[in-house]
Design a binder for this molecule. Structure first.
Ligand SMILES: *Cc1c(COP(=O)(O)O)cnc(C)c1O
Length: 337
């Protein structure tokens, strides 16, 4: 049995999800005529108490559209130095929006209002104008760490006071919400735009959604078109999204419980010096007396897949297709290493 913990993007649609996909009424979404895409966009916007939403092929696209909306040439984005928008989107801040970026450091990938306040550029001819702050929740490189709404409120007030937009990269946002018990609508009230991935823990094959005001989402449709993300009968994919919102949110807690147990199992390995705090479905192990390459080879010999996540780090992500039987098997195989 293969145990694939490289990412929560590897999941395959469940039978129920497939059924929903094939049963979906469809139309041409570039004409705004796909009833299932429209239903998904309305459903998720309502859930977050936001005016509108747009369905896109990827989370990179929803983030990059948001950055385009909230910046201009010669302006600047503030984010953590380990942000997905900076590290893993191919330099898109520059390539798509001709904007600059200010990278902040912070514990487990999180930044504070005080740090942001110090990093907003003065109104000065030498400096790019700060127009956007982007946060990530959960924070991938922070080991799936969580921002609580109490940490967001002062950041939101600061941005409002300074006239700066606030974006949330919520690729794994529901993983945070099932832990904190906070409501999506409370979060919706604190951000200009929110990006949600349907293709991660929620288990869809493809798709992300960008939420925002009517005006921003109208503009987002133009940006999506020029990015090549206008899809036609996309209702098949949107149906998977609707199904996931109805059936795959509460179960994320199971992924988190398995991640905590996986972390405990890994911590007993003689090659693991530390497990970063396991807040959600991501487990990051710090290695000793071996390299990520060597350790991953030993795991691969046991038919376990993982990814390198830094010079002495390896990442494991639990997901819909990793059940109790896989966890038990993992526990046995890790003892052979
Ligand atoms: C996966 C991910 C995205 C989007 O990735 P796509 O593969 O483009 O859908 C954005 N932000 C974070 C934190 C992610 O983990």
């Amino acid at each position: 049995m293969l145990i694939d913990l490289r990412s929560d993007t590897l999941t395959l649609p469940t039978p129920g999800m497939k059924e929903a996909m094939f049963a979906a009424p469809i139309g041409d979404d570039v004409f705004g005529e796909d009833p299932t895409v429209n239903a998904l966009e309305e459903k998720i916007a309502k859930l977050f108490g936001m005016e509108a939403a747009i369905f896109c092929p990827s989370g990179t696209m929803t983030n990059q559209i948001a950055i385009r909306l909230h910046t201009r040439i010669q302006t600047e984005v503030i984010c953590h130095k380990y942000s997905h928008i900076y590290l893993y989107e191919g330099g898109g801040i520059m390539a798509n929006s001709l904007a600059s970026v200010k990278l902040l450091d912070g514990n487990l990938g999180k930044i504070t209002a005080a740090q942001i306040d110090e990093s907003i550029n003065p109104d000065d001819v030498h400096a790019p104008e700060t127009t956007l702050v982007s946060l990530e929740n959960t924070m991938n490189k922070g080991g799936g760490s969580i921002y609580t709404l109490d940490e967001i409120k002062p950041i939101h007030s600061l941005c409002q006071q300074k006239g700066i937009k606030l974006h949330l990269d919520g690729a794994r946002f529901f993983n945070a919400l099932v832990e904190t018990g906070e409501s999506p609508a409370d979060w919706g009230a604190h951000f200009d735009t929110i990006s949600i991935c349907l293709s991660k823990g929620l288990g869809c094959p493809i798709g992300s959604v960008l939420l925002g005001s009517k005006a921003d989402i109208k503009q987002a449709r133009k940006v999506r078109k020029v990015f090549g993300g206008g899809m036609r009968q996309a209702g098949f994919l949107a149906a998977a999204g609707i199904y996931a919102l109805d059936h795959h949110i509460a179960r994320l807690k199971e992924d988190h419980a398995r991640a905590r147990m996986l972390g405990e199992m890994l911590s007993k390995s003689p090659f693991v010096s530390e497990i970063l705090p396991v807040a959600t479905n991501i487990v990051i192990a710090r290695l000793e007396n071996t390299s990520p390459e060597e350790f991953m080879k030993k795991l691969a010999d046991q038919n376990i897949k993982s990814v390198k996540f830094g010079k002495d780090l390896v990442r494991f992500v639990t997901h819909l297709d990793f059940g109790d039987d896989h966890l038990e098997e993992f526990g046995k195989r890790i003892q052979n290493i």
